[in-house]
Design a protein around this ligand. Structure first.
Ligand code: G4P
Length: 524
């Protein structure tokens, strides 16, 4: 197959949102429009139920189910679309951050009534850091929501990105009439036929009487609004969007199938094809003939009869083939995969070949670690698969002295999978587990026992943040290490980590040691 053609038609993205904004519903509707599923409800199993927030086993089970919907590929017009799912539960935010390293763009879903919420802010920070192109979908227009101009202000200020409406809502809540589409210059009417919501499309000159006929008393307000929109917001500029500086905004209602097709049609037109990736050694272009890719996610099999894990490989360049030897750069081993898997909405299938932008699931018996690279022989290391500074910490202790080895292996593998981060305190040699969410501590304890036959206990520790430190000023760095010796730790890669007890201790250190750089992600 033609690599260039296959690569250019790929659109690999993630839908991100604060829980409840409508991510699952929108994803499902995109799949319905793409013909990848035929009934609504097919991806619901993917969702971690809010009622089960304290029951981590339930969550793990649902995460197990969600392997199948981790990546949803489908064909739409001439494009091959890959949607990467991100866990809704905030305790798994780090999974989401890592997934964002494997996409070329994102769609952010915002609840029209609630506006920008905390989780959206955090996720957008990651997108901004990586200059990921962003499209915003303002959802739930069928409910009473905020004034669209206020909402646009809020998006611009909070998400720190320029916005450009691509559609504009006419009324909202019970009086929601539809949207005006700037992109296609038509009116999309929100009507209901046989209890099905339909978006009837009408080509219209907004100055004509036809507009008054169609939307009655809303016509005057729409004309005013559109004039204002043109006056306030610069036109859509694809280069600005691709650079992550301007976000096109759509309005709709995912539940009612409204505005989703417009979003998808525009998305395939404007969203980027697979991007270039930075490796430590050089830049990797997607059109290069030789295969390269990296592991961004590892998923343990929850079925105790099958201990294997699935590692998710993002193809960055070249053509990936089944039963072909690839270099696993970290170990130097040559690996071959007989049943690499691709994922559709509710089914998996073996793939013979995959292209840049595609995600391949590889059955793994313990070879892989997040961030690992596979190539056709070149020893490259992809940059930017970050670990984030954890927020919760506990000392981990062995509860069964004769199973010390099992505990060490379990901790090693679970942290390779990215469930949590492991540090060793230099002063006392004790192991510290750092996580982003509290649930992970339970997950680790449970999995150590059931998968490795090891048991552990936790001891509380007073810690505000762990951050990676470095400096070109060797004298100052050495001085810092000496003075802060009881707060210094090492991560799994042997890097220096400062464990600040309080925000005061951190800012005081930053002030006192100006030549030291304190990093809150491991990517620097
Ligand atoms: P999430 O994945 O972002 O957490 O959100 P999800 O799609 O599950 O949507 C959260 C809730 O919002 C769901 O209701 C869903 O039906 C509803 N919803 C999504 N889009 C719209 C919309 O356009 N309009 C309205 N009015 N509601 C919308 P739920 O009652 O929590 O769940 P369910 O019982 O419907 O599954």
């Amino acid at each position: 197959m033609d690599l260039d053609h296959e690569m250019k038609r790929r659109r690999t993205f993630a839908v991100i949102a604060h829980p409840d904004a409508g991510k699952t519903t929108l994803t499902e509707k995109l799949l319905l429009f793409g013909g990848a599923i035929h009934v609504a409800g097919a991806v619901k199993s993917n969702k971690i139920r809010k009622t089960a927030t304290s029951d981590f086993m339930e969550i793990e089970k649902q995460r197990g189910i969600s392997v199948a919907t981790s990546v949803m590929g489908f064909e739409y017009h001439d494009a091959k679309i890959n949607i990467l799912d991100t866990p809704g539960h905030q305790d798994f935010a780090e999974d989401t951050y890592r997934t964002l390293t494997a996409v070329d763009s994102v769609i952010v879903v915002i609840d029209a009534a609630k506006g920008v919420e905390t989780q959206t802010l955090k996720l957008m920070e990651v997108c901004r850091m990586r200059k990921t192109p962003v499209i915003v979908f303002v959802n739930k227009l069928d409910r009473i929501g905020q004034d669209p101009f206020d909402l646009m202000d809020e998006l611009e200020q909070q998400l720190r990105i320029h916005v450009r409406p691509m559609t504009w809502p006419i009324g909202n809540g019970p009086a929601f009439k539809g949207v005006y589409n700037f992109y296609d210059k038509n009116l999309q009417l929100f009507t209901t036929k046989d209890k099905q919501t339909v978006g009837e499309s009408v080509q219209i000159d907004i100055q004509s009487n036809e507009l008054d006929k169609q939307i009655g008393e809303f016509a005057g307000k729409l004309r005013e609004d559109l004039e204002l929109v043109h006056a306030i917001y610069p036109p859509f500029d694809r280069d600005e969007y691709l650079a992550g500086r301007q976000a096109p905004v759509f309005f709709g209602s995912a539940l009612n199938n409204f505005g989703v097709r417009e979003l998808l049609d525009c998305f395939v037109d404007i969203a980027p094809a697979p991007k270039r990736f930075d490796a430590e050694e050089r830049i990797i272009n997607p059109g290069e003939p030789k295969m390269s890719g990296f592991i961004f996610k590892i998923h343990a099999n929850m079925d105790p009869n099958h201990r294997d894990r699935i590692a998710f490989l993002r193809i960055c360049s070249g053509e990936f083939r089944r039963n072909t030897n690839y270099l696993h750069v970290r170990s130097g081993k040559s690996l071959k995969f007989s049943n690499p898997t691709s994922f559709m909405a509710d089914k998996k299938s073996i793939v013979d070949e995959a292209y840049p932008g595609d995600i391949v699931g590889i059955y793994d018996t313990g070879n892989f670690k997040i961030g690992d690279t596979l190539t056709e022989g070149e020893p490259i290391h992809f940059k930017g698969i970050p670990s984030f500074s954890p927020e919760l910490f506990r000392y981990v202790e062995n509860a069964d002295p004769i199973r010390y080895k099992q505990l060490a292996k379990g901790l090693e593998q679970l942290t390779d999978e990215g469930v949590a981060q492991l540090f060793v305190n230099r002063a006392n040699g004790r192991k510290v587990i750092g996580t982003v969410g509290a649930l992970q501590f339970d997950v680790i304890q449970y999995r150590l026992e059931h998968e490795y036959g090891a048991s552990c206990t936790y001891r509380p520790m007073q810690l505000y943040k762990a951050c990676w430190i470095e400096s070109d000023n060797k004298v100052q760095l050495e001085d810092f290490r000496r003075r802060k010796w009881q707060f210094m730790a090492t991560d799994k890669e042997g890097r220096d980590v400062f464990m600040a007890e309080s925000s005061y201790a951190l800012s005081a250190s930053q002030e006192k040691f100006p030549d030291i750089r304190f990093h809150f992600t491991s990517e620097f």
